[in-house]
Write a protein that binds this ligand. Structure first.
Ligand code: PLP
Length: 384
């Protein structure tokens, strides 16, 4: 797809991904000429309806579920809101307790905080130094009042993959619905909902080479949620509103590619990530890896550089490399991410944390350039 280095080298695929050319091709027809409303029963509605149905089959194939169990949404944030608020509303007569973790994305944490302000009780489970939830903590946290467990599939900052399958056994044995925010995982690790044992699962188009503005929610057959929106009944009434056909078609194709190429892509992303890690470790001292050494997304590299401020480092490499910070500096005050805080990363390391994430098209030349830029910048900042 790409054969020369483009500056700055993009190493922020966990933030968002570019569109895959096959995704662009698939969407083209629905930009023009196929403009119809999939709900129209006349000629112009036929192709859009078929396209949305096909996309639903493509997403379902990736997740190993029935197309009927897929609801298209506007983003991962919306999928999480429908899942969590939807279960809370539908099951409030059975209990008011929700179990989640301290390291969820704000798209889960803020939803739980909102529910807490409205009478629900929320348990936020801690994680260990590598970002893993202890399944025994889940077991201890649930009670007869628990109606939902929401544990992310993999963390966006450090990449640690949670023991969702084991948590599912607890949820199933206690009759509690289990949601997982899998925004970061399609195309990187398996998102087979039968193997994971989840009842609800969130994904986002723009994290897997589809456009922004589209997501999906897997809703196991028989699981009822109270919708956030009320309207004309599209998406089985769970998410009414005329479908974003163009983006849904893109998401469908992206899921087909993720299913077909996952093992090869994951191997490539991991090779590039490990090359990046090894190169940096060789060139600078006092570097620390955050996240689990093995139970981690194949593309994610969260590194802390002692004695360096992340914002300054990103500025210094800004013309060469695009990456994210694990700590932000506002008016001289450094705010460390809630994920690093929950993992207990010492402040002098946490302050100097950046997240590098490789993608399907990351090339060896990109990595070599990034290694040089990051190492030079760390050495300059340390000596200044
Ligand atoms: C784990 C996780 N959940 C939810 C989101 C929110 O995604 P969106 O902004 O597409 O709604 C993100 C985005 O970074 C994420 O990484």
């Amino acid at each position: 797809m790409k054969n020369s280095v483009q500056y700055p080298v993009y190493l922020d695929y966990n933030a968002t991904t570019p569109l895959d050319p096959a995704v662009i091709d698939a969407m083209q027809e629905f930009i023009s000429p196929e403009f119809g409303n999939p709900s129209s029963t006349h000629f112009y509605g036929i192709a859009p309806r078929r396209a949305v149905d096909k996309a639903r089959r493509q997403v379902a194939a990736l997740m190993n579920c029935s197309p009927f169990e897929i609801v298209f949404t506007g983003c991962a944030t919306e999928s999480n809101n429908i899942a969590i608020k939807g279960i809370a509303s539908a099951f409030k007569h059975l209990g008011n307790h929700i179990v989640t973790t301290q390291i969820e994305h704000p798209a889960v944490l803020e939803v739980c905080a909102h529910l807490e302000r409205n009478g629900f009780e929320v348990t936020r489970l801690p994680v260990d130094a590598q970002g893993l939830v202890d399944v025994r903590d889940v077991e201890q946290a649930v009670s007869d009042r628990t109606i939902l467990i929401s544990v992310m599939h993999a963390n966006n900052e450090v990449g640690t993959v949670q023991p969702v399958e084991e948590i599912a056994e607890i949820a199933r044995s206690r009759g509690i619905a289990l949601h997982t925010d899998a925004a970061q995982t399609p195309g990187k690790v398996s998102v087979d909902v039968q193997a994971l044992g989840v009842d609800l699962m969130t994904i986002a188009g723009h994290k897997l080479y589809a456009p922004k503005g589209v997501g999906a929610l897997y809703l196991r057959e028989g699981i009822v949620v109270e919708p956030l929106l009320h309207g004309a009944g599209q998406e089985r009434g769970v998410r009414p509103g005329t479908e974003n056909v163009i983006a849904i078609v893109g998401l469908g194709m992206a899921c087909e590619l993720a299913a077909k190429n996952r093992e090869q892509d994951a191997r490539h992303m991991k090779t590039m990530r490990d090359l990046l890690h090894a190169g940096i470790e060789q060139a600078v001292h006092d570097v620390r890896l955050n996240g689990h050494p093995e139970k981690r997304l194949p593309n994610t590299l969260s590194l802390s550089f002692q004695g360096v401020e992340a914002g300054r480092l990103l500025e210094e490499i800004g013309l060469d490399v695009a990456a994210s910070a694990g700590a932000a500096c506002h008016s001289g005050e450094v705010t460390i991410s809630h994920v690093l805080t929950a993992m207990g990363v010492p402040e002098e390391w946490a302050k100097g944390t950046i997240r590098l994430s490789t993608g399907r098209t990351t090339a060896r030349e990109d990595v070599l350039l990034a290694v040089r830029a990051i190492s030079d910048a760390v050495n300059i900042l340390r000596s200044s």
